[in-house]
Ligand binder design. Sequence first.
Ligand code: NAD
Length: 273
Amino acid sequence: MPRADARSPDGQERAADGGRLRGKVALVTGAASGIGRATALLFAREGAAVAVADRDADGAAAAARAIEDAGGRALVIACDVTRDADCRRAVEETVQAFAALHILFNNAGIIRRATVADTTEEDWDLTFAVNVKGIYLMSRHTVPVMARGGGGTIVNTASNWGLVGGARAAAYIASKGAVVLLTKAMAIDHGAAGIRVNCVCPGDTDTAMLRSEAQQLGESYDAMLRGSSNNPLGRVATTDDIARAVLWLAGDAASFVTGAPLVVDGGFMAGQP
Ligand code: NAD
């Protein structure tokens, strides 16, 4: 039930009532920066206790401080999602601190801008280890906890490059395609346990990753932003644009949505004008 003060005089809940995840516990990977950080902060503003997991421990601590400064509850977890022991510990520490785990946002990711001819074997393996295996590892420890608790929701970060191809990002695009189908496989396997599994497919978003892409391609960031704004809405996504979509997928508003890729890309995927 929404709080009485969360309703406007006409009885409608206000968009910014801040209570959509009240009583929930969320674990967010890649939460030190970009989309993960914005989503962790939004989850906390909506009432969730948030475990802030990242291999960047200082960045995770800063995100947790921002949550606590705004009156929320946070836990810092230094965690490399490519390591099974780290993922197991992340789930255990979350449950120990907050007594439950209702929402897992598998968001940590990396990109290497190269063709197959230019991608080193090490970069190929690392891209799949972070972007795909990391989701498998975090989920394998989370699903039993959610199932015991009567259900939960998992949101994976894919990309619009999990649905269409693009230039000079072969390992990344292959990994994000895998995330989209892993999401569907997990949705089928765990629906009966009350666990919904969806993925968000962002278009280009103004984060450290996009800056790194510009650098890898030898472009200025301004040129990158201009190219990334080539969509019907004429701008690059903000991290909050993506976080709001993740909140919707993670929350009860999406109660009958599972196995779905949600494209949040300013219409880029709609096609050519
Ligand atoms: P970002 O670089 O700002 O954040 C990524 C975070 O993941 C960082 O804090 C980093 O430390 C963390 N991370 C990387 N490897 C990790 C590991 N092994 N273990 C734990 N944490 C690790 O980038 P972002 O743009 O916010 O990216 C978040 C997700 O969004 C990624 O999965 C990315 O592929 C996806 N995405 C981004 C864009 C974009 O344009 N920025 C577009 C589509 C999808």
